[in-house]
Design a protein around this ligand. Structure first.
Ligand code: MEV
Length: 417
């Protein structure tokens, strides 16, 4: 097999698939499964990315019970992992009993970075740049007048010293309801030559920073002790949380659980999941040590209180949210009025997801619930079809031995009968 396919990108989708099927051992069923473009349609997918042969499907579910700042939400989640949506719904139900989730956010400000090299006199250059703030604002804001019209645009600049003879200029851009990467990158590219000339330096990188620490969302919830198994469980959850504070190996998994929820919603709404991941993890290590994105404590009544703060670089307009009909439908379903409100929902989902995971981990462990939900997948993998899936899954759970071996045995017996 030779992976150099001359002119592949120029071929119509159908011919690309044909080419791939000629070059590989994929059978007809596999080719057909890749070819399907679902709600997007072939024309849209072909426009969205390059070398398209089809689309990739993912389960889409709804997390229920979310009440944030007094408003109810049905939260769309696109995810392949069993248990996540169930856990979010269950966790949100408990938070509701504690009065619901409270959330807030900063203005939706993203950062554009301009790297300046060979800066001979940093102090003088810094002053020169700051003196020309108005010119820089105008130059940047000229790149996106629509954003300015809606109240966005560059609001502040900062000049940071990162090395000898090296400065980085930050453009703080209010992106309103857009995620804003395009606007910010255009602004950084437009301002760079002006700065080069102004201070006689060389510019290199001109790009957004995904450490979106000016676009933060916070959420807080109280989980009443009687709803989660009493005082002992509250203490156990706090102990489990504390390991994440002490140990980055645990903090990583702790935050992964948060992102299970956050990314599922980000993906469902056609937002950039990688930007959210990178923002969350870099924010988790903002003080030089990787930390959990949530904190838990016990209040005066002995109830469990959880809090989260994360960067939420997401939009409700533009990008894939506009061209992907399912993403658009998910946003409509979520019914948020702004990207800020959307960020607050994401933070809330992250907090609840984390609470649900900690509660399971601190008590019966994650596998019991997970495996009973996963039993259906195992049944299907063992060959169960139609009605058999539920029957085999049920037997698997009852047997307390959720393995493919056991599923095959159950299926065989079922078929014999
Ligand atoms: C699994 O996807 C996520 C968890 O590992 C998160 C956690 O350990 O907190 C359950």
């Amino acid at each position: 097999m030779d992976s150099r396919i001359s002119g592949f990108y120029k071929l119509p989708v159908e011919e690309r698939i044909q080419k791939i099927s000629e070059l590989t051992d994929l059978d007809e069923e596999e080719i057909q499964s890749m070819k399907k473009t679902g709600a997007l349609g072939t024309e849209v997918v072909d426009r969205m990315v390059e070398n398209v042969i089809g689309a990739y499907e993912m389960p889409l579910g709804i997390a229920t019970n979310f009440k944030i700042n007094g408003k109810d939400y049905l939260v769309p989640m696109a995810i392949e992992e069993t248990s996540v949506i169930a856990a979010a719904s269950k966790g949100a139900k408990i938070a509701r009993k504690g009065g619901g989730i409270e959330a807030e956010s900063t203005d939706p400000v993203m950062i554009g970075q301009i790297q300046l090299l060979d800066v001979s006199d940093k102090e003088k250059s810094k002053k020169k740049i700051l003196d020309k703030e108005d010119e820089i604002f105008n130059l940047a804001n000229d790149q996106d007048r629509t954003l300015v019209k809606f109240g966005g645009g560059v609001k502040e600049i900062e000049v940071r010293e990162v090395d000898e003879e090296e400065l980085v200029v930050h453009l703080y851009v209010d992106c309103r309801d857009a995620m804003g990467a395009n606007a910010v990158n255009s602004m950084a590219e437009a301002v760079a030559p002006y700065l080069e000339e102004l201070i006689g330096a060389r510019s290199r990188l001109r790009i957004i920073s995904n450490l979106a620490d000016r676009r933060l969302s916070k959420a807080k919830a109280t989980f009443p002790k009687e709803e989660i198994g009493g005082k002992e469980v509250v203490d156990k959850i706090i102990e489990a949380y504390e390991l994440a504070e002490k140990d980055p190996y645990r903090a990583s998994t702790h935050n992964k659980g948060i992102m299970n929820g956050v990314i599922a919603v980000t993906l469902a709404t056609g937002n950039d999941t990688r930007a959210m991941e990178s923002g969350a993890h870099s924010y988790a290590s903002k003080n030089g040590e990787y930390k959990p994105l949530t904190q838990f404590h016990k209040d005066k009544e002995g109830d469990l209180v959880g809090e989260i703060e994360i960067p939420t670089a997401v939009g409700t307009i533009g990008g894939a949210t506009r061209v992907h009909p399912t993403a658009q439908a998910c946003l409509d379903l979520l019914n948020v009025e702004s990207a800020q409100e959307f960020g607050e929902v994401l933070a809330s989902v992250g907090l609840i997801q984390n609470f649900a995971a900690l509660r399971a981990l601190a008590t019966e462990g994650i596998q019991k619930g997970h495996m009973s939900l996963h039993a259906k997948n195992i049944a299907i993998m063992a060959g169960a079809e139609g009605d058999q899936v539920d029957k085999v899954a049920e037997e698997l759970v009852k047997s307390d031995e959720i393995t493919s071996d056991k599923a095959e045995k159950i299926l065989k017996k079922l078929e014999e009968n």
